[in-house]
Design a protein around this ligand. Structure first.
Ligand code: HEC
Ligand code: HEC
Length: 427
């Protein structure tokens, strides 16, 4: 009993702290709590007595947002039964055949979905509807020699098994994406567009080997091209739009941004499944509340001190700061410690996932913001497909424009390497 009341006190303290630090008024606080509830509470299939949160599926990957973004942080690669975790999403696309139809899809969606399975593989489904497939994880071990020692990195050999709607078309590209951390998203939305665009150097005019390219993407909200900020290839412009994409693609929940069911015309059981009573599974009010919740998550600054000062010196000596620039200014001129320029960079063959999204090419990714490591609670993974277990492995996969930074890392003495890795842990 005593333990329980101290836990309640702790939660209260946390909530009050958040409340006062973000200076929310009562109305905003209610919106924050509403958003949090829709982010955490499991959705159920329709029809159900609890129409407030039915409409899950028919095809889906998880029934809550938090199921893939545990503690709002990075996803795990394996689940407790040692199979692929639901946080890992297989995304599908096919090559454009240059017809006007495909050109139109590319302009609005950024990539062309597989006609039978759609743009994403659903590993789960409601009753009487076959799920699409499951993911199998395997790695090829690669040995590297430096500092007179052997080091290992692991090349993913992920594949789809139990394909329930037939073989994949041979021209289908599959990319695997691990759920990223959601802390700091509000800060990303506060960065002024010009602050991001000023670092663009698409044709490397200054000859430093680093280009930096903005992704301009079609927004379903404004119905025009906008600067992309969200997801691994920066292919989504606004947080609200990404919340709607996640709800629809990952959970099968419709909204004003994505109407109807997430089934292709080849999926009969999916199309015939019972519908929820309400036209939209998530109303605009709820979509706004989830977005507001994510925007107002407590974000943090890096722990500054001796270790930070020494670490950042090594980090910049190894020219990590060419892409992971320490801070960007928000609209009020305050520094936001993204450790990212939020631009796309060519990361080389080793990381390429064969998929382009709007202007982002196969081997291009948004510089990963380096933050939130100190708050991670579970065994999280790094890089877009979760292949790296450690910071060192993540660095050793850097290629393309980041190749010379990787070489600089390898050339550091052991003491500096350790300083750099400890520094990252504190972000
Ligand atoms: C099945 C797992 C899964 C579920 C469920 C899920 N997500 Fe995600 N989320 C991901 C993955 C994987 C990505 C990376 C997508 C990409 O880059 O293509 C992602 C990306 C995001 C991003 C972009 C982060 C960034 O750094 O740009 C946001 C925001 C987000 N999710 C919010 C949500 C919300 C809100 C929900 C619930 C409505 C949700 N997610 C449900 C797996 C999931
Ligand atoms: C040319 C730009 C560039 C340079 C230079 C660069 N990085 Fe990166 N970094 C990226 C991109 C892009 C990603 C995301 C790649 C992915 O997800 O596959 C990334 C990812 C990472 C990650 C994984 C983060 C996560 O949450 O998954 C770490 C850690 C990292 N970089 C550290 C470093 C360090 C340390 C250096 C210097 C030795 C460095 N990077 C230099 C562009 C760069």
């Amino acid at each position: 009993m005593k333990q329980k009341s101290s836990l309640i006190l702790l939660i209260l303290l946390f909530v009050t702290n958040l409340y006062s630090s973000n200076k929310m008024n009562d109305e905003e606080y209610d919106k924050f709590i509403l958003g949090r509830s829709f982010f955490t509470i499991p959705w159920v299939e329709a029809p159900s007595a609890t129409t407030a949160r039915d409409g899950l599926g028919p095809l889906f990957n998880a029934n809550t947002c938090i199921g893939c973004h545990p503690n709002l942080g990075r996803g795990t690669l394996y689940n407790t039964s040692n199979n692929a975790s639901k946080s890992l999403i297989p995304k599908l696309s096919i090559k454009s055949n240059n017809t006007n139809l495909h050109k139109g899809i590319l302009a609005h969606e950024g990539s062309i979905a597989n006609p039978i399975y759609g743009g994403q593989i659903a590993i789960s489904s409601i009753n009487n509807v076959p799920y699409e497939a499951k993911v199998n994880i395997d790695f090829k071990k690669i040995k590297l020699l430096f500092d007179e020692e052997e080091h290992f990195i692991y090349k993913p050999k992920y594949s789809l098994i139990n394909l329930n709607y037939g073989e994949l078309h041979k021209d289908t590209n599959i990319t695997y994406r691990l759920a990223p951390t959601l802390y700091g998203l509000g800060l990303i939305s506060q960065v002024d567009e010009n602050e991001i665009l000023k670092n663009v150097d698409e044709y490397d005019v200054n000859h430093d080997g680093i280009s930096g390219k903005a992704n301009f993407v079609y927004s379903k909200i404004t119905q025009k091209k906008e600067l992309g900020r969200y997801t691994y290839k920066a292919s989504v412009a606004f947080l609200k739009e990404q919340v709607a994409n996640a709800a629809f693609n990952d959970m099968g929940l419709s909204s004003s941004i994505h109407q109807g069911e997430n089934c292709t015309s080849f999926q009969k059981e999916c199309n015939d499944a019972p519908k929820s009573k309400d036209a939209l599974d998530i109303t605009d009010e709820r979509l706004d509340a989830i977005t507001f919740y994510l925007e107002n998550l407590p974000s943090y600054d890096p722990t500054k001190g001796k270790l930070y000062e020494k670490g950042i010196a090594v980090f910049s000596k190894a020219s990590c700061t060419s892409c992971h620039i320490p801070s960007l200014k928000n609209k009020s001129g305050e520094e936001i410690y993204t450790f990212s320029d939020l631009l796309l960079h060519d990361m080389g063959e080793g990381l390429s996932d064969g998929r382009s999204e709007f202007m982002a090419l196969e081997s291009e990714f948004r510089t990963a913001p380096l933050w939130g490591f100190k708050t991670e609670k579970k065994e999280y993974r790094l890089l877009h497909d979760g292949r790296a277990k450690t910071f060192e492995e993540a660095i050793l996969w850097h290629g393309g424009e980041a190749n010379s930074a990787k070489e600089s890392y390898i050339a550091l003495n052991k003491k500096d390497k350790k300083l750099l890795l400890e520094f990252l842990k504190g972000l």
